[in-house]
Design a protein around this ligand. Structure first.
Ligand code: PLP
Length: 417
């Protein structure tokens, strides 16, 4: 009944390519975006300096999430860098972060010569495990970046409680969780700063782009906007540069494409969630696979759809399962951010940073010399080996869910011990 696996020459069970975030098959972009874009081009002003789109995008995105202050940037990584520049850590200061997130969460820490201290994840949702935070805190810890991974809100009550007791600044990385909620509160409104990405794969996209949201400015003597604008207090008139900072401006073109997507965002994530919950229930009785569990007090957005494999019940490893699923027509990969957690990439493991200095890992002013050893975060390492990460889209239908469930059943059936 299931037939031979496609990877062994059988017929793929998914007959046509699934919608993908990479083209119009998987995205809701259209006439309004084209019209606004044309208006900007006709105006001849493509920059926030003379236009109105970036300012409007900032105002309306902040309103949608529920924050007072917004600064648009040209990527999620630059939004996070803006946040770290705002905090202005001393070289050698430490910032807690999950090893399961995009490298864009860590690059800004290293760029400011601070140290990422990796806190292991909770296998239930692959978010930073609050029970592991306190043992990672030292007298040099300044801040904590909490990523809402796969669109699943982290346990913010627990995170904020620890952060407040230890006087840590909290940055929420909401790149994968636009409009997700935790106990009714929108993700991005619970920490001190929130960072978003509008890169091609995100729920709302401007190709590349980002945003930093906050409720309070100037906490560390710096204005948030100056941190992405060459340290330039333009509002005072004239030219001045108060401190070292890059230029991370979003263009009017990006904002024009982002604005029409705002009213659709709720529907986009609702569609992604509905499909995902359909698949959750279809896979309930399939042995050896477990969809990530969403806590009942959270409303997730489903950035990726993650299936955890019980490898003890299978005759092959995770890579073989993924290869077989891909052959059946399901776009997926093993582990996020890849087969290994972030600290095993050469950038961090081999100290590939500033020339041959090894800074910040070897900084004399750091508390110790930083090396990231194999056993650092066992749960994260296991998650990378066991997770089938499926690309998701708001254009997936109930039919697609039947096809995906059939593909999973077919592959697991063939590889079951
Ligand atoms: C996408 C992403 C980033 C980085 O955003 P870019 O726009 O790609 O620079 C950071 N963190 C997470 C969790 C992401 O998914």
């Amino acid at each position: 009944m299931t037939g031979e696996l496609a990877i062994s020459g059988g017929t793929p069970i998914i007959p046509r390519p699934l919608p993908t975030y990479r083209d119009s098959s998987g995205r809701w972009l259209g006439e309004e975006e084209k019209q606004r874009l044309a208006q900007v081009i006709d105006s001849g002003c493509l920059s926030h300096l003379c236009g109105t789109q970036v300012a409007e995008f900032e105002r309306r995105f902040a309103e949608l999430i529920g924050c007072r202050l917004a600064v648009a940037t040209n990527s999620g990584t630059s939004a996070l860098h803006t946040a770290i520049l705002y905090l202005n850590p001393e070289p050698g200061d430490e910032i807690l972060v999950s090893p399961i997130t995009d490298m864009g969460t860590v690059i800004p820490i290293l760029s400011q010569l601070a140290l990422p201290v990796f806190v292991d994840v909770d296998p239930v949702d692959q978010n930073m495990n609050p029970a592991r935070i306190e043992e990672a805190i030292s007298e040099r810890t300044r801040a904590l970046i909490v990523t809402h991974m796969h669109g699943s809100p982290a346990d913010m009550d627990a995170v904020m409680d620890i952060a407040r007791r230890h006087n840590l600044f909290v940055i929420e990385d909401c790149a994968q969780a636009q409009l997700a909620t935790y106990k009714g509160r929108t993700v991005g409104t619970m920490g001190d700063l929130a960072c978003f990405s509008f890169q091609q794969s995100k729920h709302l996209t401007t190709g590349d782009g980002g945003m930093v949201l906050a409720n309070q400015d100037g906490l560390f003597g710096r204005n948030l906007r100056h941190c992405m604008d060459k340290g330039w207090p333009r509002e005072r008139g004239g030219r001045d540069h108060l401190f070292l900072a890059p230029n991370y401006h979003m263009t009017e073109l990006q904002a024009a494409v982002g604005l029409p997507q705002l009213p659709r965002l709720e529907a986009v994530i609702a569609a992604r969630r509905e499909s995902a919950r359909n698949l959750d229930s279809q896979l309930q009785d399939v042995p050896a696979v477990h969809p990530l569990r969403i806590q009942p007090d959270r409303r997730e957005t489903r950035f990726f759809y993650v299936l955890t494999l019980d490898l003890t019940q299978l005759s092959v490893d995770g890579a073989a399962v993924v290869a077989a699923l891909v052959a059946e027509g399901l776009p997926c990969f093993l582990g996020y951010p890849g087969k290994v957690p972030l600290y095993k990439y050469p950038m961090i493991r081999d100290h590939q940073t500033f020339g041959s200095s090894g800074w910040p890992f070897t900084l004399p002013s750091a508390r110790r010399r930083w090396n990231y050893t194999d056993a650092l975060c066992p749960m994260a390492e296991l998650a990378c080996r066991e997770s089938v990460v499926i690309w998701w889209s708001e254009r997936l239908t109930a039919d697609h869910m039947d096809q995906i469930a059939a593909a999973v059943r077919k592959v697991i059936g063939a590889y079951r011990r």
